[in-house]
Design a protein around this ligand. Structure first.
Ligand SMILES: [Zn+2]
Length: 137
């Protein structure tokens, strides 16, 4: 599942408030994450940074039972591709849920969560995770 490879990198983006930045192509309208200077669909460089919506749905998810060394202590955890309301697809960790509670198409919302503490200097990093939206279908 090579398309899940970008998940740990996405987690490392340091954030202190909820803000998920993606890009939008002014030529074809494609919305994407993470931001890059070229449209992944049509190749145009006429792209702008936009703030992505919090809400979306699970497009695909998987349970990680053998994580990279630095994430070992969080095993098992759930990673997903979340399709946001504007069509951007974001690789993210799912929180506040057990794998058996999840299904594809389930509505989720982004939350800002502490996701790891670095050993010696005690730096706490925050990242955006997604959790199921309770009571909505
Ligand atoms: Zn485009």
């Amino acid at each position: 599942m090579s398309y899940m490879n970008s998940v740990p990198r996405a987690w490392r983006e340091r954030v202190t408030k909820y803000r998920l930045i993606g890009g939008r192509c002014k030529s074809c309208g494609k919305v994407f994450y993470p931001y890059r200077s070229f449209c992944p669909r049509c190749g145009s460089s006429d792209v702008e940074k936009i703030e992505l919506p919090k809400r979306g749905k699970i497009k695909y998810f998987t349970v990680v039972r053998s994580a990279p060394a630095e994430f070992k202590k969080y095993e098992p955890y759930i990673v997903a591709l979340v399709e946001l309301e504007n069509g951007a697809v974001v690789p993210a960790q799912i929180t506040d849920a057990e794998p058996e509670e999840l299904r594809e198409g389930m509505p989720v919302e982004g939350v800002l969560r502490r996701y790891r503490e670095q050993g010696e200097d005690g730096i706490i990093e925050y990242g955006i995770k997604f959790r199921p939206v309770v009571g909505e279908e």
